[in-house]
Design a protein around this ligand. Structure first.
Ligand code: MG
Length: 157
């Protein structure tokens, strides 16, 4: 068994959709980035790659590559899952936390878990997503951005 950890941050800006866990969350700001900037899926992808010691998302999908402009991060996560599987592992479970001051994410959590499980060919029971504010402290609290961290366990086949 191997453990992986991922962490990501994106800036909140005007004129972008807020996409988290593959769900378009209604909000006045969205996350800025080369892809759809889905901070939650990026942290999960980095946890999976980290568990397999296969680098990070930037190594596999460079943000200098026009192919990944506004890319659907669910598709990128699915690719990461395939790469980790091809390296001889299967995913045991994922646990992730998104830090965002507003809006409340509770109504969208189960859809996020379902989306993640679907692209990684997992049962939703293997995928945990949680959300927290930071009590108005730091860059999350001032709504300058959002952060996400994730851990996962993978097993050698
Ligand atoms: Mg990112």
């Amino acid at each position: 068994m191997r453990i992986g950890f991922g962490y990501d941050v994106h800036r909140l800006v005007e004129g972008r959709p807020l996409v988290l866990g593959g769900v378009r969350v209604p909000h006045q700001w969205g996350l800025d980035g080369h892809s759809d900037a889905d901070v939650l899926l990026h942290a999960i992808a980095d946890a999976l790659l980290g568990a397999a010691a296969m680098g990070d998302l930037g190594v596999h999908f460079p943000d200098t590559d026009e192919r990944w402009r506004d890319a659907d991060s669910l598709m990128l996560l699915g690719e990461v899952g395939r790469k980790v599987e091809e390296a001889g592992y299967h995913i045991v479970n994922i646990d992730a936390t998104v830090a965002l001051q507003r809006p409340r994410l509770r109504p969208y959590i189960d859809t996020m878990r379902h989306n993640i499980a679907e692209v990684l060919d997992l049962d939703p029971g293997q995928v945990s997503v949680k959300a927290t504010t930071t009590e108005r402290l730091g860059f999350v609290g001032t709504e300058a951005g959002a952060a996400a961290s994730a851990v996962c366990l993978i097993n050698q086949r």
